[in-house]
Design a protein around this ligand. Structure first.
Ligand code: NAP
Ligand code: MG
Length: 402
């Protein structure tokens, strides 16, 4: 069989621990035998990040801007324990944070649905994709403890020195205050990333805030989304038969639970933090969650939502058998390959991505799965497989379908 050719390389961001082990297996077993894989390789493994003073992370993000599509392996975000373990020069920042800041992107997370791994909410028959605004609000707030009686005000001092004041509260006793902010430019980027992704994946977009209570802060989010929708996306949405739907956050939560899924739910920073964990858990498994960073200019970086699966890696290093689920990492590759295929007009490449995803799903639905899924599946005839054997089983299913 002739290998599928590529035109533009994918930006390949390698990572750490168990996911780095899986990364190699996926390439060897599931990609290179079928595709003449073209990538521009960046080693985001912690050792090399440390060696390059994290320059490699910046370079990989710049390359993503240049080529348009990247695929990323999970990476360690250093903490105190990692400082010693890897003898680090510095507690380097989260690569995802660095990349997101450079691309000004929004992260979209969606569950991979398979028969036998049932969501806790029975009517969720399609995935719900959640988009979390990743800047500001309570995550960049200033707080104060008020010890006793006194006046708290918001003061804005313009460049010309003029002041605008707004009373927060006249305290009669002790209390607490918080000042938070957001930026018009950041909200605009968030909105454009969401509208682009909706058009791209042909799904409705839901957005919700508490604008009835927060008449300036939250209302500004609502207004910016509406303005950008009306002037830049309305026509496209109508052509594709898509809906942009705005409602209050409490109403949105109730509707999400009643829904069948199949849409994108855009959330403000805090709502997204809370709701993405709720959705991930309710869909059944963190190891079946995909993630894609989309920039307002339409640049894409695909990855799995889970981490480097450190516990399994230490077992692997000890020569013990592991059963790590590679599906979300495989879907990061297929997401990137499909997008590359679309951008370069390579229908064969996109079709291969579809087939590889189907092979993963069919393999699980046939009862062959890793332990994490075997523990929660409703299927009866189950064969739990180790890390490597699962990937081999997917290859068999894939070859039978080609
Ligand atoms: P984790 O790697 O997501 O793993 C937590 C636990 O979830 C595992 O111990 C395992 O449970 C289960 N799990 C996750 N993915 C699995 C998979 N594919 N197959 C089977 N089981 C899976 O989170 P962590 O252990 O908290 O973090 C480890 C490292 O990952 C940290 O250094 C963190 O900084 C990094 N991290 C990176 C990213 C990213 O790059 N996007 C995201 C999150 C965390 P059992 O042990 O019970 O089997
Ligand atoms: Mg959280």
């Amino acid at each position: 069989m002739e290998k599928i050719q590529m035109i533009t390389p994918l930006v390949e961001m390698d990572g750490d621990e168990m996911t780095r082990v899986i990364w190699q297996m996926i390439k060897e077993e599931l990609l290179c035998p079928f595709i003449d894989l073209k990538t521009e390789y960046y080693d985001l493994g912690l050792e090399y990040r440390n060696k390059t003073n994290d320059q490699v992370t910046v370079d990989s993000a710049e390359a993503t801007k240049k080529y348009g599509v990247a695929v990323k392996c999970a990476t360690i975000t250093p903490n105190a324990a990692r400082m010693g373990e890897y003898n680090l020069k510095q507690m380097w920042k989260s690569p995802n944070g660095t990349i997101r800041a450079i691309l000004d992107g929004t992260v979209f997370r969606a569950p991979i649905l398979v028969r036998g791994i049932e969501p806790y909410v029975r009517n969720w028959i399609k995935p719900i994709t959640i988009a979390r605004h990743a800047y500001g609000d309570v995550y960049k707030s200033t707080e104060m403890k008020i010890p006793g009686a006194g006046k708290v005000e918001l003061v804005y001092t313009a460049e010309d020195g003029s002041e605008t004041r707004e009373l927060v509260h006249h305290f009669e006793g002790s209390g607490i205050v918080q000042g938070m902010h957001n930026l018009t430019s950041s909200i605009e980027s968030f909105a454009r990333s969401c509208f682009n992704f909706a058009v791209d994946t042909k799904q409705d977009l839901w957005f919700a805030t508490k604008d009835t209570i927060s008449k300036k802060y939250d209302h500004t989010f609502k207004d910016i989304f509406q303005e950008i929708y009306d002037t830049e996306y309305k026509e496209k949405f109508e052509q594709l038969g898509l809906e942009y739907f705005y409602t209050l956050i409490d109403d949105a939560v109730a509707r999400v639970i009643r829904s069948n899924g199949g849409y994108i739910w855009a959330c403000k920073n805090y709502d997204g933090d809370v709701m993405s964990d709720m959705l991930a858990t309710a869909y059944g498994s963190l190891s079946m969650m995909t993630s894609v960073l989309v920039s307002p200019k339409g640049v894409y970086e695909y990855e799995a939502a889970h981490g480097t699966v450190q516990r399994h890696y230490y077992k692997h290093l000890n020569g013990e058998e592991t059963s790590t689920n590679s599906i979300a990492t495989i879907f990061a590759w297929t997401g990137a390959l499909r997008k590359r295929g679309e951008l370069d007009g390579l229908t064969e490449l996109s079709a291969f991505a579809d087939k590889l995803e189907k092979a993963c799903i069919d393999t699980v639905e046939s009862g062959k799965m890793t332990k994490d899924l075997a523990l929660i599946t409703t299927l009866e005839d189950v064969t739990p497989l180790n890390t490597e054997d699962f990937i081999k089983a997917v290859r068999e299913t894939l070859e039978a379908s080609l």
